[in-house]
Design a protein around this ligand. Structure first.
Ligand code: NAD
Length: 256
């Protein structure tokens, strides 16, 4: 059980982050939900989650495109046994047309933010004598696709940083690993479907079958619950010696 542990999950008011928050809470951890908005529904999401699983849950606003806010998130909570770096965005364009501000935002939210949160959280883990860093990378942290230069760069970078953190904590009861999902049906993926349909001149149904799940041999989306359960496994004693590596949850994508 993760009772007594505090988990901070970045970018967790939707999609995979929310799924991970639910599974960590189900396993007994107190959870901190985060995004860049500060709406009533964000706080309600945390309250409902806490009630459902009988744990303490709160929502803390932080815009992770800003380094000081990423650090502020960890500092404000003041305790972090489990850090899940999950916040992410996507933009699809050929590299010569890739908007500079999209490049900067993707690298900031998906790579630099994880550096800031990890730097703030590691001393807290050392103080507590136990810690888990779980980075939500991607199959795109291990392989590439055209038109996703910033995303693929950020995710490969995140996998690299995971290995460094694992080495710097190797002699301590702290581990750092990356989960590499294939396609999971979340708002992030759904938002890509119309653009991709235009690019390939296909219907949205064809895009799902021939483009998106083309890379996923199982021909099925992974679920946010499966990703959450993978994070729970990485926080279990069975995973004490698993550090500095990646776990793919991709229906066979990276075996191709
Ligand atoms: P999503 O859009 O549902 O969730 C993204 C989360 O990040 C949201 O909670 C959003 O509010 C938050 N976020 C975005 N910008 C932020 C910012 N500036 N500050 C704080 N929070 C911010 O998408 P998702 O599919 O659940 O993606 C979650 C992670 O999983 C991402 O890192 C993504 O790259 C990765 N991933 C997703 C898939 C997939 O198929 N969905 C596959 C591989 C990896």
């Amino acid at each position: 059980s993760l009772k007594g542990k505090t988990a901070i999950i970045t970018g967790s008011n939707s999609g995979i982050g929310l799924g991970v928050a639910h599974e960590l809470a189900r396993a007994g951890a107190d959870v901190v939900i985060n995004s860049f908005t500060d709406r009533e529904e964000d706080h309600k999401l945390a309250a409902d989650l806490g009630k459902e699983h009988g744990v303490t849950a709160r929502y803390v606003k932080a815009d992770l495109s800003k380094g000081d806010e990423a650090r502020g998130l960890i500092r404000e909570v003041g305790r972090c046994d489990i850090l899940v770096n999950n916040a992410g965005i996507q933009h699809v364009a050929p590299i010569e047309e890739f908007p500079v501000e999209k490049w900067d935002a993707i690298i900031a939210i998906m790579l630099s933010a994880a550096y800031h949160t990890t730097a703030e959280a590691l001393p807290m883990m050392r103080e507590a004598g136990w810690g888990r860093v779980v980075n939500i990378a991607s199959a795109h942290g291990l392989t590439a696709s055209p038109y996703k230069s910033a995303y693929v760069s950020a995710k490969h970078g995140l996998v690299g940083m995971t290995k460094v953190v694992a080495l710097e904590t190797a002699k301590e009861p702290i581990t750092a690993n990356a989960i590499c999902p294939g396609y999971v049906k979340t708002p992030l993926v759904e938002a890509q479907i119309p653009d991709t349909a235009k690019k390939y001149n296909m219907s949205e149904e064809e895009v799902i079958e021939k483009v998106i799940l083309d890379r996923q041999p199982s021909k099925e989306f992974a679920t946010t619950g499966q990703l959450g359960q993978t994070a729970v496994f990485l926080c279990s004693p069975a995973a004490d010696q698993i550090t500095g590596t990646t776990i793919s949850v991709d229906g066979g994508w990276t075996a191709l």
